[in-house]
Write a protein that binds this ligand. Structure first.
Ligand SMILES: *[C@@H]1O[C@H](CO)[C@@H](O)[C@H](O)[C@H]1NC(C)=O
Ligand SMILES: *[C@@H]1O[C@H](CO)[C@@H](O)[C@H](O)[C@H]1NC(C)=O
Ligand SMILES: *[C@@H]1O[C@H](CO)[C@@H](O)[C@H](O)[C@H]1NC(C)=O
Length: 313
């Protein structure tokens, strides 16, 4: 009952917004026509997805980077999750994040999650990367991995099961259609990338060692193409999920780190409280992110050495 009321309110609000601004793709989400433009490229049949490499997958030139020995997250990280949610004052709103993440040093919340005062759920994950990592590699990775399931599986061999994309290489404006396990359940997710400066994020800052930053809107449960540029221009809404990954030299200069943040809007969180478990999702997503970033650090320097020229933009 509560769910029905919430859903009706959500649809009504979206319809209202869609008539006052031009975001038809948002409306399409709720009237359900996402398949048309994707049909040719995207296999929507999740029953055909599977975890790991099989048969001819091992013939891919990058198969030697497939290593399904994913290191478990460390005890400090688990303790950070156990201490969460931390007080809202330790978090940063998406409005202030661009400036906050551009400062040297660390923020109060680097690992864990909190519910901000407006109800937004913020996740923070910091993953250490090796000294031979770089922002350039990370940019390569995002342009390279999205168009082939066997590439995407390198990243989290135990939880990634499918990937396709709207375009081959260009990142901003591209939607990546994936299926991955977050915790015990596999979901379709559409990840639509945009120019981070549209939400005030800085992509490079030599004085703080920031070498790149990747930003996207994420939509769970569907493979649906969205115009992330238009969405970023209209700003973060309570039904949005935005994620960013910042690649930075560690303050001691010895290595690299990926600082990841996810903002799940307050309406989503409210829905999750009815139909799911926002804190369970927060923990699962933090662990997934930490595992996949740490794993990426293990093979990307070598992969980039071999395939770094394989992306034409
Ligand atoms: C970006 O920063 C400017 C200046 O600090 C601010 O006025 C604006 O609201 C910010 N935009 C977003 C989308 O957060
Ligand atoms: C990158 O550095 C790690 C050690 O941090 C090393 O194990 C790995 O072999 C290096 N990769 C390349 C391609 O040099
Ligand atoms: C993926 O992109 C590469 C270029 O980076 C291209 O050579 C390859 O054919 C594409 N694969 C698929 C499955 O579209």
């Amino acid at each position: 009952m509560i769910l029905a009321v919430l859903t009706a309110a959500l649809v009504a609000a979206i319809a209202l917004i869609a008539t006052t601004t031009s975001i038809p793709s948002e409306l399409a989400l709720f009237v359900g026509n996402p398949l048309q433009p994707l049909g040719a490229r995207v296999n929507q049949k999740s029953s055909e997805y599977y975890i790991g490499y099989r048969g001819s997958d091992f013939d891919k030139p990058w198969a030697k980077s497939f290593n399904d020995n994913v290191s478990p997250v460390d005890q400090d990280f688990i303790r950070s999750l156990e201490r969460s949610p931390v007080p809202a004052s330790q978090g940063v709103s998406i409005r202030d994040a661009g400036e906050a993440l551009n400062q040297p040093g660390y923020l109060p919340l680097e690992d864990g999650y909190t519910f901000l005062d407006d109800g937004t759920l913020l996740l923070a994950i910091r993953s250490e990367m090796p000294p031979n990592f770089s922002g350039e590699m990370y940019d390569f990775w995002f342009s390279w991995h999205m168009n082939d399931t066997t590439k995407y599986k390198l990243w989290h061999p135990k939880q990634h099961q499918y990937a396709a994309t709207t375009y081959r290489t260009k990142l901003w404006g591209t939607t990546s259609f994936v299926s991955e396990y977050i915790g015990a359940t596999a979901d379709k997710i559409s990840i639509s990338f945009f120019d981070p400066s549209l939400l005030n994020f800085t992509t490079t800052n030599p004085s703080t060692g920031v070498e790149t930053l990747v930003a996207a809107f994420a939509k769970t449960f569907r493979h649906t193409k969205r115009d992330a540029t238009a969405m970023a221009k209209r700003g973060f809404k309570p039904w949005d999920t935005v994620l960013i990954h910042q690649v930075r030299r560690t303050p001691d200069g010895g290595g690299y780190e990926v600082r990841s943040r996810f903002w799940l809007g307050s309406w989503l969180v409210r829905r999750l409280r009815v139909v799911g478990d926002p804190e369970g999702l927060a923990r699962d997503l933090c662990v997934h992110c930490r595992e996949e970033m740490t794993h990426l650090g293990r093979f990307l320097p070598g992969l980039f050495g071999e395939f770094g020229g394989d992306v034409s933009t």
